[in-house]
Ligand binder design. Structure first.
Ligand SMILES: [Zn+2]
Length: 333
C-alpha cells in the first residue's frame, strides 16, 4: 500500500514566487524570437517570417497562411474564454493529459497565503521537476460579491470556490510556454500578461492550464481545508469593512502544521462534468436494480437506452456503453 506524500512546504511562498517571477521576467526580456501582436498582422516585411512554427507537425519558418491560422485561433479561443472561467471549467477545458498528470503526479495543493481575494497555493511538483513545489496564484474578480453575499463566510467561500470566476497563474514552464498566452487573451491571467503567440509549443492553442492549476481547481471546488482558509479571509475582510480605522487588508499565512492536518488521506478526485453525469446515471441504475424488481429495472434501462441512442455527444456514448453492459447481465444478478 502506498502512503500519500507529505504536502509541500507552505512557508515563504510569496518571497519565492516573487524571485521566480523576476527570473521569468528577465529571461522574457532577453528572448529574441517572440511572435509579437504587431508581427501577427503579417505583410511583406513582417518580422514573423524570420520565426519558426510547429503548426502541422515539423518545425519550419512561419508563412502568411500560418499567420492567418494563428489569428483565427486567437479570435476563436479568446471569444470563448472571455466570459470568465470557473474551477469546474478549468477541469473540463484542460487536456485529458494534463488532468491525468494532475491525478497521478500532483497529490497536494495547499493555500499558503491569502489576502483580499488573492490566494497563493503551494503545490506539489511532479516527479521530474527540478524544484520541490510550484506556486499557483488565484485571483477572484468577484471577491467583492462574496463579501456582500448574505450568509456565513463559509457559505460565501463555498460559492466563490464553486461558482466564482478565476484569474490564474502558475510559475511552472508548462504554464509559461503553453498556456500563459491563452490565459492572457482570455483575460484570466493573474501574473504578467504574455502577448507572444506560442508558435512552437502550442500553435493550435489546445488545452487551458497545467497539472498544478488542475489540482488547485479540484481543491477550490470541494476541498474543505481550502474552503475554511478562504472563509477566514472573507471573515477578516468583512470585519475590516465594519471597522473604518483598519485600512490594510489582513494577510493570512498558513502554518506547515495546519497544512499537514488539513490534507486528506486520498487525493481529491478530479472529475469533469461528463464524468459526473456518467456516474450519476450509473448510480441511479444501481439503485433501481437494488430496490425494484429486476424485470422493472431492466425495462427502465431499456427505455433510457432508446432515448440515448438518438444522442451523439460523448457523455451519451459512454452512458450507453455502461447501460448495455448492465442489460447484458442475466436478470436478478
Ligand atoms: Zn504549473
Amino acid at each position: 500500500m502506498s502512503t500519500r506524500p507529505l504536502p509541500p512546504k507552505v512557508g515563504n511562498a510569496v518571497a519565492e514566487l516573487n524571485r521566480r517571477r523576476l527570473n521569468d521576467l528577465q529571461s522574457r526580456q532577453r528572448a529574441t524570437t517572440i511572435l509579437t501582436p504587431e508581427a501577427m498582422q503579417g505583410g511583406k516585411h513582417s518580422p514573423a517570417r524570420l520565426l519558426w512554427t510547429t503548426l502541422r507537425g515539423e518545425a519550419r519558418p512561419i508563412t502568411q497562411a500560418d499567420l492567418v491560422a494563428f489569428r483565427k485561433s486567437v479570435a476563436a479561443v479568446g471569444g470563448k474564454l472571455q466570459a470568465g472561467i470557473t474551477a469546474q471549467e478549468v477541469i473540463d477545458l484542460s487536456t485529458p493529459a494534463d488532468r491525468e498528470r494532475a491525478r497521478r503526479e500532483i497529490p497536494h495543493a495547499i493555500p499558503a497565503r491569502l489576502r483580499a481575494g488573492e490566494v497563493v497555493f503551494s503545490v506539489s511538483a511532479g516527479p521530474e521537476s527540478r524544484v520541490n513545489r510550484h506556486m499557483v496564484t488565484i485571483l477572484f474578480p468577484g471577491y467583492g460579491a462574496a463579501l456582500s453575499r448574505p450568509g456565513t463566510a463559509l457559505q460565501a467561500a463555498a460559492w466563490l470556490g464553486q461558482q466564482g470566476h478565476l484569474k490564474l497563474d502558475c510559475d511552472c514552464e508548462r504554464h509559461r510556454y503553453f498556456y500563459r498566452f491563452l490565459s492572457s487573451i482570455g483575460g484570466f491571467n493573474a501574473g504578467r500578461a504574455e502577448p507572444g503567440f506560442p508558435k512552437i509549443r502550442n500553435p493550435h492553442l489546445r488545452g487551458l492550464c497545467c497539472k498544478h492549476v488542475v489540482r488547485v481547481a479540484s481543491e477550490l471546488k470541494s476541498g474543505m481545508f481550502t474552503r475554511r482558509q478562504i472563509a477566514g479571509m472573507i471573515e477578516a475582510d468583512r470585519q475590516r469593512l465594519e471597522a473604518p480605522r483598519r485600512v490594510k487588508p489582513q494577510v493570512i499565512l498558513v502554518r506547515q502544521q495546519q497544512a499537514a492536518q488539513g490534507v486528506t488521506v486520498k487525493p481529491r478526485a478530479i472529475r469533469t462534468t461528463d464524468d459526473a453525469h456518467r456516474s450519476a446515471v450509473l448510480a441511479g441504475v444501481r439503485r433501481a436494480l437494488a430496490t425494484r424488481g429486476a424485470g422493472d429495472a431492466r425495462a427502465d434501462v431499456a427505455a433510457t437506452l432508446s432515448a440515448l441512442q438518438a444522442r451523439t455527444d460523448v457523455s451519451a456514448g459512454a452512458i450507453l456503453q455502461a447501460l448495455q453492459r448492465v442489460l447484458q447481465q442475466p436478470a436478478g444478478s
